[in-house]
Design a protein around this ligand. Structure first.
Ligand code: C2E
Ligand code: CA
Ligand code: CA
Length: 657
């Protein structure tokens, strides 16, 4: 029952209680008065009948004796009786005694009550309301038949004024009734108030629960559940409204960095500010929701076309690019936006959300800080990715990964110094899909730990069987450092294979040093203590911050292969940069490997560099473990031979003359 209805019920009950009490007081008062009045009037009538000796004669119309007159006058003064009447036995009045006089009546009047009392031989009594002028406001009259033996001789009527009694009675009862009412109301109200307060509290709690069920507490925006409800309604009414609807998925770029560097308080504050800006960017009729950590959505209802959706997305990107002031610091993030249109891309909610999600994924893949619309190609790409994920999972379950080894040569004397281990997924696309494609996916779906361990063990095991001067290089993904057990994994691989740690080289990329550097540095230090070598891979791409080079003493720098492919570009100065990096390595006392050497021209250029090692298709392609023996042998035999491109076969080893 609602509080409003209950309050109505309580008020009505109280009114009923007061009215009922009042009616009960009135009824009781009237009843008691009636009883009192009738008995008093009857007593007075009897008293008169007993004391007026010549009553029979008076009833016959004779003048009362002086004693009777005196009695009448006395009776008038002492009692409450304001009037007597004497009737003959037929019921006709003969004498009236009131406060003015006592006298025989001029014209005799018939009284049915008097006649009835004679007829029944019992008093007839009645209490009545008077007009307050001629008769008292409340009075009682008693007609008492006077009998001589069995014979009626007269009727005495006594009129008793009861007005004051009634008032006294009434006010006494009223006071009692009011007190009763108050007590009852109190007894009634205390639990009612308690109930009311409890109900109010419950209503407030319900309200809070409803709010929580529909809102994101931190930002006050709608939550995913509410978004679904509203979006569903908007989609249902779309055909009759006409036009289009745009669903924007907005994801803050690099938000995790804010949490990691400034703490979660700062992250929360930034999310609140971002939510505020999104609310401002959207129109009133659009709905803004937060559906995940740093993921928001805007439902742009009635978007006339794609350009209108694009305009909103650009507005969102622009306002979220503006720095936020958090904990007194200016913090910059950006935003990527994925857009799906209804009814063009989808008409049902799940499908539309999927499309927006794919578009967002695309925006992030395209370098973030941009907006992308859904297209059917994204769907195709997604299917391919799902298939790849499936292949990775099943390779984990069935030990289905493979390993190839690419030779690395000494740049000076052109001898083989070792191999880089490169993981393969033979079950997918005939094993042609590069790990640079499937490793990031394995990282995303949490399989990199397994793969990393597998490669390390397999590579160490293989290398342990090679001649002792050959080393093996293994690539480590940043994700392998986030679990904190990379040192144990490496130590275990070394222990199990019996490989000398100095023959194991671990390649990391600078992406690793972007995150939680302290923990990473500690783990790198731990690896160094194991005695393995650490190489900075793909140097020259990405940020290439030199700070990494002095903060950690790498054993080797591997110059990214993009410099070699750019070397042939006539206008480029990639060669100069490569020279500079080699010089940098020299001065830092780090070895330098030049990767990606494919052509004669590149090989000639590299030959004149002061680099330590070379690697590339020109010298040898990655090959399966089974082909290594023959390759090593060929390498020993052809010590003086000039290298040549071996792109059609996997494993011919050459060294420059
Ligand atoms: P990376 O570490 O730079 O490895 C060298 C990549 O360059 C290999 O590609 C290799 O086949 C290719 N390559 C070597 N010489 C040449 C050349 O002359 N020209 C061209 N165009 N390419 C050359 P792959 O095997 O596709 O591996 C790609 C990347 O995947 C690797 O780049 C590495 O970052 C990653 N990767 C490979 N294996 C693993 C692994 O076991 N674990 C981790 N975390 N990443 C791996
Ligand atoms: Ca590498
Ligand atoms: Ca590399």
């Amino acid at each position: 029952m609602s509080v409003r209805r209950t309050l109505g019920f309580v008020v009505a009950s109280l009114i009923l209680l007061v009215a009922g009490t009042f009616a009960a007081v009135k009824l009781t008062t009237d009843h008691l008065l009636y009883r009192q009045a009738t008995s008093a009037a009857e007593n007075w009538a009897r008293y008169v009948a007993d004391n007026v000796k010549d009553l029979e004669f008076i009833a016959l119309g004779e003048q009362p004796s002086s004693a009777s007159m005196e009695f009448f006058n006395w009776a008038q003064r002492v009692g409450l009786v304001y009037r007597y009447e004497i009737f003959n036995r037929e019921g006709f009045s003969q004498l009236v005694s009131d406060r003015k006089q006592t006298a025989l009546v001029g014209v005799s009047e018939f009284s049915p009550e008097a006649a009835r009392s004679v007829e029944r031989r019992t008093p007839v009594v009645a209490a009545q309301e008077g007009d307050g002028v001629e008769r008292p406001a409340f009075f009682a009259e008693a007609y008492v038949p006077v009998l001589s033996g069995d014979r009626p001789i007269a009727v005495v009527a006594a009129f008793l004024d009861q007005t004051q009694e009634r008032e006294a009675f009434f006010s006494t009862f009223l006071v009692a009734a009011i007190a009763l009412c108050l007590l009852t109301a109190l007894a009634f109200c205390l639990p009612a108030i308690a109930w009311y307060r409890r109900t109010k509290e419950k209503e407030r709690a319900d309200e809070q629960i409803r709010y929580l069920a529909h809102h994101d507490v931190m930002t006050g925006l709608d939550n995913r559940h509410r978004l679904s409800e509203k979006l569903q309604r908007a989609l249902v009414s779309l055909p009759e409204r006409g036009g289009k609807l745009a669903l924007h998925y907005v994801d803050l770029d690099y938000f995790k960095n804010v949490n990691d560097t400034l703490g979660h308080d700062a992250g929360d504050a930034l999310l609140q500010l971002a939510a505020e800006r999104l609310r401002m960017a959207a129109r009133k009729k659009d709905f803004v929701a937060r559906i995940g950590g740093d993921e928001f959505t805007i439902v742009q209802v009635d978007a006339s076309d794609k350009s209108e959706a694009e305009a909103l997305a650009q507005r969102v990107i622009t306002i979220l690019r503006e720095p936020f002031v958090v904990k007194g610091q200016a913090v910059s993030v950006g935003a990527s936006v994925g857009i799906a249109m209804a009814p063009t891309d989808a008409i049902d909610i799940a499908q539309l959300m999927r499309c927006a999600d794919l578009a967002l994924y695309k925006a992030k893949a395209d370098g973030r800080n941009c907006a992308r619309f859904f297209s059917s190609q994204l769907d195709v790409d997604n299917q391919a990715r799902l298939a790849l994920e499936q292949a990775l999972r099943s390779a984990v379950a069935t030990d289905g990964f493979g390993l190839e080894f690419q030779p690395i040569y000494d740049s000076m004397n052109k001898t083989l110094v070792g191999y880089e281990a490169l993981v393969r997924l033979p079950s997918f696309d005939d094993g042609t899909t590069s790990p640079s494609v499937f490793i990031p996916i394995a990282e995303d779906i949490g399989l990199i730990g397994y793969i990393g361990r597998w490669v390390l063990k397999k590579a160490c095991h293989a290398a342990a069987a090679w001649p002792e001067h050959l080393s093996v290089s293994v690539n480590l993904s940043p994700a392998q450092f986030s679990t904190g057990d990379v040192c144990e994994t490496v130590a275990e691989a070394l222990r199990e294979s019996g490989l000398d740690p100095r023959r194991l080289e671990l390649e990391i990329t600078e992406g690793l040093l972007l995150g939680d550097t302290e923990a990473v540095m500690e783990q790198l230090g731990g690896l160094k203590k194991l005695g393995v070598l650490i190489a900075m891979d793909d140097f020259g791409t990405g940020y290439s911050s030199l700070s990494y080079l002095w903060r950690f003493r790498f054993d080797k720098i591997k110059i990214d292969r993009s410099f070699m492919s750019a070397y042939d570009d006539a206008n480029g100065n990639a060669g100069t940069v490569v020279k500079t990096i080699v010089a940098l390595g020299r001065s830092l006392n780090m070895q330098v490997t030049v990767e990606g050497v494919e052509t004669d021209g590149q090989a000639t250029f590299v030959r004149n560099l002061d680099a330590d090692q070379v690697q590339g298709f020109y010298y040898g392609r990655p090959m399966p473990e089974a082909a290594l023996g023959a390759s090593m042998l060929a390498d020993l035999r052809s010590e003086t031979a000039e290298p040549k491109d071996t792109s059609d076969k996997p494993a011919t080893i050459r060294k420059a003359g």
